[in-house]
Design a protein around this ligand. Structure first.
Ligand SMILES: [Zn+2]
Length: 88
């Protein structure tokens, strides 16, 4: 019983290029032009409209979901506009 117990098992050393093996782990420190993120968790999300997938920090996942939601809302509004015969 001389081996050390790994206490940081839930952390990933990666600061980019995350994949399925990193989901649920935390990034101890991530430096971006907008600020420095600490202890951020890596999540896997997908877009329910077009099935695009994303794996990465929670902050970026929020941007992914918000960006897709915004785009698809715009696409829907364009489609409705055409169906209503609003094109000149
Ligand atoms: Zn989408």
């Amino acid at each position: 019983m001389s081996e050390k117990i790994v206490l940081d098992e839930e952390f990933t050393e990666k600061t980019s290029d995350w994949d399925e093996s990193d989901v649920g782990k935390r990034i101890a420190k991530r430096v971006t032009p907008n600020g420095t993120y600490f202890n951020e968790i890596v999540v896997q999300v997908f877009c329910q409209f077009c099935a695009s997938e994303f794996i990465g920090p929670a902050r970026e996942a929020g941007g992914f979901l918000g960006g897709h939601e915004c785009l698809h809302a715009w696409e829907i509004s364009q489609a409705i506009g055409r169906e209503d015969g609003l094109v000149e």
